[in-house]
Ligand binder design. Structure first.
Ligand code: GLN
Length: 506
């Protein structure tokens, strides 16, 4: 039997369908892989071995009985710890939720369970999904499987690292400002932020409700399409859920994989390149554009002048919404409760002590920023102005999508930086999000896929953006580029920290 952890989800699903392997074998192979590499990678906060194996055994029994199963039935998956899971701890990377065991499942978890995918565990993340390196987790760093001294991106560094280190073929991430796409870029994996409203937010611990969106983290574009179809679709429990069914992504990925993009107009966003972008990242980007041109795509340049202000607007809107969303962590209802060490035990003093101890510095920074931006007298100047910029960015997208079917840019300006490198400089950390944030502000879908290795030997990300509700275009163009680059995870892109495989660098 080949190493089951090396297969794409689609390939593993096929072997399960033909009963060449069982889900128990596949799940156990991933648990063994985790046991071997977790001490070095630390992608997971919680491993759910028993329940994963129980699900796997159940799926195997149902398959043996001839039951008609979901295409991904039996394929194991990891879930970011911002998604609530019944009976399984959910910390959001924060001390304030330590010990909290949710009494219900997020809608996307219900769908995963109904389809019979064993959930391997919950993945590490920056506290409350605030960060670009996973260093803000209250439970220790995740290490980039390509170079253990480097960050795996954030906030969903755990999901991306798990997939990159073969600790799961599929993972769930959430993307409020880039937390699926930027980790994908720096770990050489594929990440998709669906159209806002495409995947239910019911059961995601909210960071910024107008920006949050869950999506797939995978090693191939086809796997992302399969997972997006599984978790997407209308949910009456999410007031901002779209009525659209989640269909057509797999077909689009299969069509794209033929490598024919005749007539597709690809718009290069002038504002998302140049100064601040690593030369090797730009070089891989340019080469990918040439491949798309060779496949019949028409490459045009578009300008989105207000993207220059996206970062500033985001870092007002996000803290404003987060300061409101995080008010519920008060020491009364969920997780941690700290009583003041001296003096009277009043509600206010318990809240102050709990929040003072339970939240980390980055979360406190954003609560303070957001509360300030919303305060009387400053609301119009800060929050109000940021919302106006948001409208201008939406108009930039609308104009650009008149000229192009998809827009493209590097996903992140750099490859994975070193652990600790930007930890003391919040602004430098925020700047890693310049290219991913516009999509969240406008609600449009985006994908990151590897465009090869930069000069430093680390993966560079290629970002594709499409109009809202046109997520299928991401899969078509993404699958085409993946095929043209021949750098899928079975190809020359593959290379990881030699320590992870007993010194055998590839
Ligand atoms: N880096 C972004 C931030 O810190 C990512 C947030 C996200 O997508 N969850 O806000």
């Amino acid at each position: 039997m080949s190493d089951l952890t090396r297969l794409s989800a689609a390939a593993l699903a096929e072997q399960l369908r033909t009963r060449e392997v069982t889900s128990v074998e596949a799940t156990q192979a991933h648990l063994d892989r985790m046991a071997a590499v977790e001490p070095a990678v630390h992608a997971y906060l919680h491993v759910a071995a028993d329940s994963a194996l129980a699900t796997a055994a159940d799926v195997d029994a149902r398959r043996a009985a001839g039951e008609d199963l979901h295409a991904l039935a039996g394929v194991p998956i990891a879930v970011k710890d911002v998604v609530v899971t019944r009976g399984v701890p959910t910390t959001v990377g924060s001390k304030i939720l330590e010990g909290w065991v949710p009494p219900y499942d997020a809608t996307l978890v219900e769908k995963i369970k109904a389809a019979g995918l064993p959930i391997l565990g919950k993945t590490n993340m920056d506290e409350f999904a605030m960060g670009s390196s996973t260093e803000h987790s209250a439970y220790g760093n995740t290490h980039n499987p390509w170079d253990l001294e480097r960050i795996p991106g954030g906030s969903g560094g755990g999901s991306a690292a798990a997939v990159a280190a073969y600790e799961a073929p599929l993972a769930i991430g959430t993307d409020t400002g880039g937390s699926i796409r930027q980790p994908a870029a720096v770990t050489g994996t594929v990440g998709v932020k669906p159209t806002y409203g495409s995947v239910s937010r019911y059961g995601l611990v909210a960071l910024a409700s107008s920006l949050d969106q869950a999506g797939p983290c995978t090693r191939t574009v086809l796997d992302a399409a399969l997972l997006h179809e599984l978790i997407g679709g209308h949910d009456p429990r999410d007031a901002t859920s779209l009525p659209d069914p989640a269909t057509g992504y797999v077909d689009a990925a299969r069509a794209g994989a033929t490598g024919d993009l005749t007539g597709v107009r690809v718009g290069v966003v002038r504002e998302l390149q140049g100064e601040g972008y690593q030369p090797g990242v730009l070089a891989r980007f340019e080469e990918s554009l040439e491949l798309l041109r060779g496949a019949g795509a028409e490459i045009v340049e578009v300008s989105c002048p207000h993207f220059t202000y996206a970062l500033a607007a985001y870092y007002l809107i996000l803290p404003a919404e987060a300061s409101s969303n995080l008010a519920k962590f008060d020491g009364m209802r969920f997780g941690l409760r700290v009583e003041p060490s001296e003096g009277p035990v009043t509600a206010e003093r318990v809240m102050a002590a709990t929040r003072g101890q339970g939240f980390g510095d980055e979360v406190k920074r954003r609560i303070i920023l957001g509360t300030y931006a919303l305060s009387a007298g400053y609301y119009d100047a800060y929050y109000g102005s940021a919302q106006k910029v948001r409208t201008l960015i939406q108009r930039d997208f609308a104009a650009a999508f008149e000229a192009a079917d998809v827009l493209v840019s590097p996903t992140a300006p750099t490859t994975a930086f070193r652990l600790g490198e930007k930890l003391d400089d919040p602004l430098a950390m925020y700047l890693n999000d310049v290219a991913t944030i516009p999509a969240n502000l406008a609600g449009v879908p985006g994908m990151s896929l590897p465009s090869g290795l930069s000069d430093d030997g680390l993966p560079a990300g290629f970002q594709i953006l499409a109009p809202a509700r046109e997520d299928a275009r991401l899969y078509r163009v993404g699958a085409a580029l993946e095929a043209l680059l021949e750098t899928s995870w079975d190809g020359p892109l593959l290379g990881r920290a030699p320590e992870l495989d007993g010194g055998a660098a590839r």
